[in-house]
Ligand binder design. Structure first.
Ligand code: THU
Length: 157
């Protein structure tokens, strides 16, 4: 028997201003997309922005529904829109921000497990790392690949 450990590596920035220009642009798009959330139940507005391998940015925001499971997170809204729009391109990066009534959370909003699984699949599809940027008011986190937020990714089928 042996105890094993899985480590996660990420970069913490003090603000979006410290990001490289491409990531800063993506972060701005994610913040902008928060304004398009439809969240009459939780009032938690989430914006996401996806960068494709052709440099295009596709935005998405969470969409809620009275039949709760029918709604969709911002990240999946953005990724599905992006992959539908550019089926032959890869998703290179995704950024997200969220907060009650559109006020960005102090600490970065982190993606739910289902969104991580969808990110993992697009990363596997592309065969290249898909980076994830989580935006908060007091700091910004960048994970260089989905494995860093979803260890032991399920891609066995
Ligand atoms: N939400 C997202 O859009 N992304 C996440 O990763 C977690 C949660 C949304 C779903 C719901 O509309 C609201 O935030 C509250 O859970």
């Amino acid at each position: 028997m042996e105890i094993k450990e899985i480590k996660t590596v990420f970069t913490e920035y003090r603000s979006v201003d410290e990001l490289n220009p491409e990531d800063r642009e993506l972060a701005s798009s994610a913040i902008h997309a928060m304004g398009r959330a439809y969240a009459p139940y939780s009032h938690f507005h989430v914006g996401a922005a996806v960068r494709m391998s052709n440099s295009q940015i596709v935005e998405g925001a969470n969409q809620e529904n009275a039949a709760f499971p029918s709604g969709l997170c911002a990240e999946r809204t953005a990724m599905f829109a992006a992959s539908s729009r550019y089926p032959d391109k890869d998703i290179v990066s995704i950024a997200l921000a969220g907060g009650v009534y559109g006020r960005i959370t102090d600490m970065p909003a982190t993606p739910c497990g289902a969104c991580r699984q969808v990110m993992a699949q697009y990363q596997t599809k592309s065969g290249k790392p898909l980076s994830v940027i989580m935006i908060g008011k007091s700091c910004v986190w960048k994970f260089d690949k989905v494995d860093d937020i979803l260890p032991l990714i399920f891609d066995s089928i």
